[in-house]
Design a protein around this ligand. Structure first.
Ligand code: DC
Length: 209
């Protein structure tokens, strides 16, 4: 069973993906980490974030396991990831590793922006997780504060809106729901209700499959 979860930043897709993976005993890949790690490599090597050739070579050199999540989860890295993720060459360089992960025996859970549309168009089930920008900004503030990062609500909201626009308006694999995705709006849902809703969707798809 392949479970594809897409949605914008801080929509709750990561939490839902992790919980579904634990529930079904499936491996989980947070594909945002690939773009974050690509950007982090460029920054660490002092290279130009907008140089596609360097970004493609950084993407090609990534392993799927060598992620330092503390560095990669920062606000700076989220923004930088969104820049390199708009480059068609970077996306192409990362497709094979994501598809290989999805093809593991028994299946997998992948979350990102283009899993249902590009990476796994034949996924068993596709969920598109949304929430209002205000709710997402509020969640990110709490998350950053928990990690002792400075978190000003208005600045975070501006980050989220800028990243939404870049991720949705790019030509290469823009953020959008697949035609056959089921949408879950988590604006007014707590984690447990959102996960329960996602589980209902997966179970319904399993019965159909
Ligand atoms: O999910 P995230 O916030 O960790 O993603 C960071 C950036 O990476 C996001 O702004 C867009 C990009 N991304 C993407 O383009 N495609 C994916 N499958 C996952 C992330």
């Amino acid at each position: 069973m392949i479970i594809a979860i897409d949605g914008p930043a801080a929509s709750g897709k990561g939490t839902i993906a992790r919980r579904l993976a634990a529930h079904y005993g499936l491996p989980h890949l947070d594909t945002g980490l690939l773009y974050r790690a690509t950007a982090a490599t460029l920054i660490a090597e002092g290279r130009d974030l907008y140089d596609e050739e360097s970004a493609v070579s950084a993407a090609r050199g990534l392993g799927l396991t060598d992620f330092n999540e503390t560095t990669l989860r920062s606000r700076q890295m989220a923004e930088a990831a969104s820049v390199v993720a708009a480059m068609p060459g970077v996306r192409a360089a990362l497709i094979e590793a994501q598809r290989a992960f999805a093809a593991r025996p028994g299946g997998a859970v992948l979350d990102g922006r283009d899993i249902g549309t590009v990476i796994c168009p034949n996924a068993t089930v596709k969920i598109f997780v949304t929430a209002s920008a205000a709710a997402r900004a509020q969640r990110r503030v709490v998350e950053l504060a928990n990690r002792s990062e400075k978190a000003d609500y208005n600045a975070i909201l501006a980050d989220i809106l800028r990243r939404d626009a870049r991720d949705s308006e790019r030509a290469a694999a823009p953020l959008r729901p697949a035609d056959d995705a089921v949408q879950v709006d988590t604006t007014h849902l707590g984690i447990e209700s959102a996960v329960a809703e996602a589980l209902r969707i997966v179970e319904a798809a399993r019965i159909r499959a």
